[in-house]
Each structure stands twice: as structure tokens, then as C-alpha cells.
Write a protein that binds this ligand. Structure first.
Ligand code: CTP
Length: 415
């Protein structure tokens, strides 16, 4: 077992109680996986099922899976009295997934006639509703009006997605995936009680790709995991997050605005646009210092070269983080070093105008580019160094955000 295997998994929902309401839809199988993901993230899950949900997924499946209670029958003499009231009261959030058109209508009207709708009436916790139905049903003005009504009351509407539908064909109406359902719960809790409500944080991730020709690029080994972890941690605390990344949108990015870019110049431009009004920029991306002087318009052929071998001319990229200057913006850099970690990282704080820097030794196998874990030293301009233990990248993100929140230039009040 390596040291990284002993690092505790992140628990973004530790201490939270989530009530999962399941309604009648073939996609109810996804709510089983969502319940597991919520508990894996540290939550304690109670489940309420409508009678039709219980025909798709027997309550026993949830009873075997979750630590909390399962309410499937209002008239079950063995169930605790007023179970829906207790479940509603103790919930930090309630997720209704899948939410059928009928349940959405009942929620909009304030009707309570089954364990799901009654629990929803009995809670004052944030409500996340994840619709699932055929695309024609979803487009009905009645359904849309009910969703608008819920939205206007502060209900979080998660999805639906476009994709294959049980009714045949493909369209808008598919329940979002379990990983996104769990992310929607994290986002809703953050937006309701998180420390970063009302803040905007820009995070960059991945290695830039500087084109040589239409099929080749100069790149690096950055996996983008560190940046994604910071973005998730900020989302979970309620911040509006813009993730500028060279990779495809990560799974579980619900609640994060993802901007895909390739090159350092595109990254710079995208950050500039987002930076107005932003509070912090966390630059976890591995930006190429140089790019090919010219990107060929068509694929370079071997025989194009007159001599064997090839010389690629490179020009310098701008220092992206140093070039971004916006009022209120606190800048956090990363320093991936192979030698003289502290001295090299310290020099970058001043040179790039950073609030602080997270320095890591990329030669270690349990830290750095591809790993799930990272061991960083947080350094600020005063020279004070905070050595963090080997942590999951999500928890490194949490520590970086803590440091931001206690920074003297972090505005005390929400703007
Ligand atoms: N960075 C940047 N623009 C660049 C290069 C780096 O914004 N052109 C950012 C990185 O995202 C990181 C920090 O600057 O947050 C430090 O990156 P690093 O690669 O360690 O430093 P460099 O400035 O490239 O210095 P060197 O390669 O000489 O170590």
C-alpha cells in the first residue's frame, strides 16, 4: 500500500443529512447510485418513495444501501409516526430525483399525498428537483410553468439532460447522471449556507496545447485534477465558479461554469473576460511558457523537411497570471518544481503579483501531475510557509480556499 492509499477520501458532505425523494420513472435506478454517491461523500441519506417509485425500485434496495430511514408507505404501522415530518425537519437538503411531471405539479401546488410530496412540504431545507420524462411531456407549457414557479421560489432545477429516452428516440428529458445529482446537492447546500456565497472564483486547469499543425501540439503532463478539485471545493462552498480548462468538462461539474480552451493566449483572453467582478483567480493550469512561432494550416508531412530532422521555432507565451489585473482580484499561483522548491516558488510570488502560491514537487509519485493526492507548501509574500500533509487534491483545494478567506485583502463583506 502506498502512502497515497492511506489518505482519507474527501468528505464534502460530512455531517449533512440529505433526503432523497424518488418518484415513478424508469430512471429511478439512477437514484440508487446517487444515494450511494451521497453517502460516499459523507452524507447520511433518508429516502422517500412514491407508490409508483416503489414499483420500479423496491424499498428494500434503499433499505440495504443507505444509513438513514426509508419511507415508502404512509400507512405502514411499523414506520415511525409522522416520519415525513421528521425526515423533512432533519434534512439539510432534499433531492427529488427522478422528478416526474406529476410530482413537479404537486410540488408547485403544495400538494402532499405521498411520502415524497409530504416530506417536501415538511422541510424548509433547499429543494433540488431533477426532472425526468419524455421530451414532449417536458416541453408541455403546464410542466414548464410549474418548473418556472418552483424556480421563482428558489428551488434548484437540475437538468434534464439531452439523450436517449425510455419512451424511444432521443431528446431533452433524461435524468442527469448520478454523479451530477450528487454534485447538484453539494452545489445547493453551498449556495444556501456556504462561506463563499456571493463570491466569484476563477480556476484554471490542465496543460495548455500549443498547436504545431492541425493534429499536433506542444503540451505537458498536467491532468487538470488539481484545478478541478479547487473548482469543486469552491462550488461546494457556494461560490460562482468559472473553470477555464484545456480538458473536457469533468464529471460532477454541476454548478460550475466550464470554459474550454486550448492555448495560453485563449486562456488569457477567457480569464480576462471573466475577471471583471471576480474575487480570486486560482491558476492551477500548467501553461506552456513557449508556443510554436507559427501553427501550420495543414498537417506537416515528413517529406516537407529538406534535411532529416526538424527545427521547431518557439516564441514566448505571456505570463498569464501576471498579466491579469482586476480590482479585488486575489491571485493564487501553483509552482510545479523539480529542484529548490521553496526558493523557486517564493521568487514567483513577487514576480507574478500573487497573494500566495501552492508549491509542489512534481518528482514525487504521490503528488503532482497525474496523482489523486498532492503534497503542497503554501507560501505567502511574508515568507511564511505552511506545509500541508499529503492530502487528496479536493482537500488541498479546501485548504487553499481557507487561506484565501483569511487573507487580509479578502473583502470582509459580500459585495
Ligand atoms: N503561469 C502563467 N503563465 C505562464 C506560465 C505560468 O500564468 N506563461 C502560472 C502557472 O499557472 C502557475 C504559476 O504561473 O500558477 C507558476 O507556474 P510555473 O510553471 O511553476 O512557473 P513559470 O513562471 O513558468 O517559471 P519556470 O517555468 O521558470 O519555473
Amino acid at each position: 500500500m502506498s502512502a497515497a492509499d492511506a489518505v482519507p477520501a474527501p468528505m464534502p458532505l460530512r455531517g449533512r443529512r440529505v433526503t432523497l425523494g424518488v418518484t415513478g420513472s424508469v430512471s429511478a435506478y439512477k437514484s440508487v447510485e446517487a444515494a450511494r454517491r451521497l453517502e460516499d461523500a459523507g452524507a447520511l441519506v433518508d429516502v422517500a418513495l412514491t407508490p409508483s417509485a416503489a414499483r420500479f425500485i423496491p424499498p428494500l434496495t434503499f433499505r440495504s444501501l443507505v444509513q438513514g430511514e426509508v419511507a415508502a408507505d404512509l400507512w405502514d404501522p411499523s414506520a415511525p409516526a409522522e416520519q415525513h415530518v421528521a425526515m423533512g425537519r432533519r434534512a439539510d437538503t432534499m433531492l427529488v430525483a427522478p422528478a416526474s411531471a406529476t410530482t413537479i405539479a404537486k410540488l408547485a401546488q403544495g400538494l402532499g399525498d405521498n411520502p415524497v410530496t409530504l416530506t417536501a412540504l415538511a422541510t424548509s431545507a433547499p429543494l433540488v428537483v431533477a426532472p425526468a420524462m419524455d421530451s414532449v411531456m417536458y416541453a408541455q407549457p403546464g410542466v414548464q410553468a410549474n418548473l418556472e414557479l418552483l424556480k421563482a421560489r428558489g428551488v434548484f432545477i437540475a437538468g434534464p439532460a439531452i439523450g436517449r429516452l425510455a419512451s424511444g428516440g432521443s431528446g431533452l428529458g433524461r435524468l442527469i447522471e448520478p454523479v451530477e445529482l450528487a454534485a447538484a446537492v453539494r452545489s445547493a447546500i453551498g449556495r444556501t449556507v456556504g462561506d463563499l456565497r456571493g463570491r466569484h472564483i476563477i480556476v484554471t486547469a490542465g496543460g495548455t496545447r500549443e498547436p504545431i499543425d492541425p493534429v499536433r501540439f506542444v503540451g505537458n503532463h498536467s491532468s487538470g485534477k488539481m484545478g478541478v478539485a479547487v473548482a469543486e471545493a469552491a462550488r461546494d462552498q457556494g461560490a460562482a465558479v468559472t473553470l477555464v480548462t484545456t480538458q473536457s468538462p469533468p464529471a460532477g461539474s454541476y454548478g460550475i461554469v466550464v470554459r474550454r480552451v486550448d492555448t495560453a493566449l485563449e486562456m488569457q483572453e477567457t480569464i480576462r473576460k471573466a475577471a471583471r467582478g471576480a474575487d480570486a483567480l486560482v491558476m492551477a493550469a500548467a501553461v506552456a511558457d513557449y508556443r510554436p512561432a507559427e501553427a501550420a494550416e495543414s498537417k506537416l508531412k515528413k517529406q516537407d523537411a529538406e534535411e532529416p530532422g526538424m527545427v521547431l521555432e518557439l516564441v514566448e507565451n505571456p505570463d498569464v497570471i501576471a498579466s491579469i489585473d482586476a480590482p479585488h482580484l486575489l491571485k493564487v499561483g501553483f509552482a510545479a518544481e523539480t529542484d529548490d522548491l521553496i526558493a523557486n516558488a517564493r521568487a514567483k510570488i513577487e514576480k507574478k503579483g500573487l497573494a500566495f502560491i501552492a508549491a509542489n514537487d512534481v518528482t514525487e509519485s504521490d503528488a503532482g501531475f497525474q496523482a489523486e493526492t498532492n503534497r503542497v507548501v503554501l507560501l505567502d509574500a511574508s515568507g511564511e510557509a505552511e506545509r500541508l500533509p499529503l492530502l487528496h487534491k479536493y482537500d488541498v483545494g479546501v485548504r487553499i480556499l481557507e487561506r484565501l478567506k483569511s487573507h487580509p485583502r479578502w473583502p470582509a463583506r459580500q459585495r
